[in-house]
Design a binder for this molecule. Structure first.
Ligand code: SF4
Length: 423
């Protein structure tokens, strides 16, 4: 959207008090995200009274999910664009007096972005590269397939072309994403595996690194693991949302594997790549989750000791198949389980971080926090979700360049972050 706005000549400001039009791009995935989106919309609507703002436009998953009902409850908003309408943002800016308040076409009909799509990047050293849209699975707790449509993949040639463009713009880490990245290419004829795409992008330049996020247990196959192992510049980082380990919960979630499959997968990854970093997402409080199920989940997480684990509390809504399942877990119990899992993970994570002390890693320097202090990331830290490395540069003021790699020796470990100095 930013790319299209810029191409149409509209200047962009991050300061809402200066904006003539305010666009709020929303998430509607879980209740807390939807609430946060609504709070943000209401708070930005104030600029219609106190600032320059003449129009407020809301885009993304929240209007896609709640449609006209949302429009009815937010009279402050002038226009709603669903996920299938994001390419109409410039048009929406051009016709301020249009009578159409809701643009909610099916996301399935949306042409995919391609290497010629204008982009305005808001990140400095890394760039997300979206390789597919949509998801063909049916996890019972998830609204994403409804909001983003069926799986549609870009061709590997088109993705590689965009990667070249990003590399020429000095982005040093290309982060491959989709809603179900692991399933990339299954819809292409002939199908193209994610491993081939990763290899194609990694082979463009040895001076960058490639990372992929949002795999799944069934798509993390031998070829993918070997491709990661064989390329020095693909991060040995496996982000595999597992959601649970208890068999009945997984079955009710519509996830087609069990704890044994997961343990075998983890062991295999670690046998091929002993240093591999593992991230997962777990959900607690899913309908029917008993104390015994939760204990199985805790035991599983303790056995694996993920480098990074994010836990979510099940978020109920009546448009989800899981809503109709029996034995919903009281919020209080779900919160207690969430706290127990995240507290345990904090300890495991710190223990993992302690082991890095004294070792040297290639860090992508991303920001000068203050004079003599920088922040960056290693291959085992994904942007925005994992910890970072604080780099102490007291003796070498301004010695690091943002968007460059530096060899950093780790000197201290915090719960999630690390500290280091030049090696
Ligand atoms: S694979 Fe991920 S995006 Fe697809 S339905 Fe399941 S949770 Fe949702």
């Amino acid at each position: 959207m930013l790319g299209q706005i810029a191409e149409d000549g509209f200047p962009v400001t991050g300061d809402p008090s200066q904006a003539d039009v305010i666009i709020v791009n929303t998430c509607g995935f879980i209740e807390s995200a939807a609430q946060e989106s609504v709070d943000e919309i209401l708070s930005l609507a104030e600029f219609k009274k106190s600032g320059h703002c003449r129009r407020l436009i809301v885009t993304g998953c929240l209007p896609e999910r709640y449609r006209e009902a949302l429009a009815g409850s937010l009279p402050e908003v002038d226009m709603f664009l669903g996920t299938g309408a994001y390419q109409q943002i410039a048009e929406a800016l051009h016709r301020p007096n249009s009578n159409t308040r809701c643009l909610l076409p099916s996301p399935d009909g949306l042409p995919l972005q391609h290497c010629g799509t204008g982009r305005t990047l808001t990140t400095a050293s890394f760039a997300y590269l979206k390789v597919s849209e949509g998801c063909d699975r049916h996890c019972t707790y998830c609204i994403i397939p409804k909001l983003r449509g069926k799986l549609r993949s870009r061709t590997p040639e088109d993705v590689a072309m965009e990667a070249r463009k990003l590399i020429s713009m000095n982005f040093k880490e290309i982060v491959i994403i989709g809603q179900d990245t692991g399933a990339y290419g299954r819809d292409l004829r002939p199908p193209v595996p994610l491993s081939r795409l990763l290899a194609d992008v990694a082979d463009i330049s040895k001076d960058i690194r490639v990372r992929f996020l949002y795999g799944s247990p069934d798509t993390t196959d031998e070829t993918l693991i070997r491709t990661v192992a064989d390329h020095d510049n693909i991060c040995v980082y496996f982000d595999i949302p597992m959601q649970h380990a208890a068999p009945l919960v997984l079955k009710r979630m519509g996830r087609n594997y069990n704890a044994g499959d997961l343990l075998r997968l983890v062991e295999h990854i670690r046998s091929v790549i002993p240093d591999a970093a593992l991230r997962t997402t777990m959900m607690v409080g899913f309908p029917g989750e008993t104390d015994k199920d939760f204990n199985e989940l805790m035991k599983f997480a303790e056995t694996v000791r993920f480098d990074h684990l994010g836990a979510f509390i099940y978020s109920d809504a009546d448009d989800l198949p899981s809503h109709r399942l029996s034995n919903h877990v009281p919020k209080k119990i779900a919160k207690e389980r969430h706290h127990a899992l995240m507290s345990a993970q904090a300890g495991w994570s710190e223990g993992k971080n302690q082991k890095y002390i004294g070792r040297t890693f290639r860090v992508l320097v991303e920001e000068q926090v203050e004079e003599g202090l920088y922040a960056g990331r290693t291959w085992f830290q994904a942007p925005e979700v994992d910890g970072i490395v604080y780099i102490d540069a007291q003796d070498r003021k301004n010695a690091f360049r943002v968007s460059e790699f530096a060899d950093i020796r780790i000197t201290d470990a915090l719960e999630y972050d690390l500290r280091g100095v030049t090696a």
